[in-house]
Write a protein that binds this ligand. Structure first.
Ligand SMILES: [Zn+2]
Ligand SMILES: [Zn+2]
Length: 400
């Protein structure tokens, strides 16, 4: 039986195997981390947890001092790692550098966990694509009709106009407070692309941007604490990007907030810009439809998205509930044809003609690639039936 539940992270169990996705603390199971944001990457604080993530995620976590990569294995979009009979495969999540949708593939069905995801292209990331699955665990941060984000270009041009034609002519310096991973690099890209104003960065924004740069992103920025940075800030004709929550001391700074939440805020103390690295309401719906899930479990929402599961049930006729500690399963499904086909191909790649292979050896080799005994047996049976393999008491070999 394949089940998903919330227990200090998203726990996927199949038979006696289990993995925890984005654990919030210690977990007895191998962990997979969707991306570097602190509410998802706590596993890096625990050296003993066996953890899988992209290399980008590990480097961001380390650069921000949130943890270290002991007991770490690399996974990337398009690759997978196996934990017993569970194969965990990464897909691009479009959210921030290194972010993944995590797909848990078992002989009886698949679970797709979105982490945080964005179905829109941005200046630094490519949009996430739906992945067909049986159970979809979807983040619902902005899954409310209140959130409909303008196009990325529209937001970008608004930010540039505000800075260039409003703030700077008044002798003041635009200061964006934002997430140091993701939005900060979007703002750097926007001002690099549309203006030639110097972009100054503070603290964790500089450190995260250095990691982006190491992966080939063309970002021009200067640390605000360097001599050059202090001189430019003194002159004032520049942009400052600071981590959200940081105190801005200078009187000459004009604060702005860049976040999806800005879509429902009125500017009081700072000017809001709806720059989001999450999908908006329509984006989440489009993604869910594309995944064609049998069941949707929601998480990571707020009071604003509380009605979302009911909306999915009533409007789309999809079984949907909030993810809870109670195990949610899917009905057993017969061995997937697709997987048996892939298993056949894999067996043939593994074998050399002229050699005899014991079925137990093939099963072990296929288990390493995520196939169950059952699937391997079935695949061998079919290959023998079609005359591609020959079987006798010694084992199987490629038919001549
Ligand atoms: Zn995130
Ligand atoms: Zn998050």
């Amino acid at each position: 039986m394949l089940t998903v539940r919330y227990r200090g992270g998203i726990v996927v169990e199949y038979g006696c195997d289990a993995v925890t996705l984005d654990p919030t603390g210690l977990t007895p199971h191998p962990a997979f981390i969707s991306h570097a944001h602190a509410d998802h990457s706590a596993a890096f604080k625990h050296p003993d947890i066996w953890k899988g993530s992209t290399e980008e995620t590990r480097r961001l976590v380390e650069a921000l001092g949130w943890g270290r990569g002991q007991n770490w294995r690399k996974i990337r979009a398009g690759s997978s790692l196996c934990v017993g009979e569970i194969e965990v495969r990464g897909h691009n999540a479009g959210h921030v550098l290194g972010s993944l949708l995590l797909e848990a593939i078992t002989p009886e069905g698949t679970v797709l966990y979105t982490g945080d995801f964005n179905v829109g292209d941005s200046y630094t990331m490519e949009a996430a694509e739906p992945v067909e699955c049986d159970i979809l665990v979807v983040e619902t941060t902005f899954a409310s009709p209140l959130f409909s984000f303008p196009s990325r270009r529209e937001v970008a041009l608004d930010m540039v106009k505000w800075a260039v034609f409003d703030v700077i002519p008044r002798g003041r310096t635009p200061a964006f407070r934002t997430d140091p991973i993701g939005n900060a690099q979007e703002i750097i890209s926007i001002f690099n692309r549309y203006t030639n104003l110097p972009v100054l960065t503070l603290g964790s924004v500089t450190r995260a941007s250095d990691v982006y740069k190491a992966y080939g992103f063309k970002l021009e920025y200067i640390d605000a604490r360097s001599d050059e940075g202090e001189e430019l800030l003194e002159d004032g004709r520049c942009i400052l990007i600071a981590p959200k929550g940081s105190k801005l001391s200078s009187e000459r700074l004009e604060p702005a907030l860049a976040s999806g939440w800005a879509a429902i805020m009125r500017g009081r103390s700072s000017r809001p810009f709806p720059l989001s690295d999450h999908s908006d309401f329509k984006g989440v719906l489009r993604f869910i439809r594309g995944c064609r899930p049998k069941k949707v479990l929601t998480f990571h929402g707020t009071a604003l998205s509380r009605g979302f599961p009911e909306y999915l049930r009533r409007k789309l006729g999809i079984e949907a509930y909030p993810l809870t500690a109670r195990g949610e399963g899917v009905r057993l499904r017969p061995r997937s044809e697709e997987r048996i086909k892939r298993c056949c191909e894999q067996i043939l790649l593994e074998m050399r003609s002229g050699f005899i292979y014991r079925p137990s050896w093939l099963m072990r080799a296929m288990a390493l690639r995520g196939y169950s005994r059952d699937e391997t047996q079935e695949a061998i049976r079919r290959l023998v039936e079609r005359g591609i393999l020959r079987e006798d008491e010694e084992g199987v070999k490629i038919a001549q």
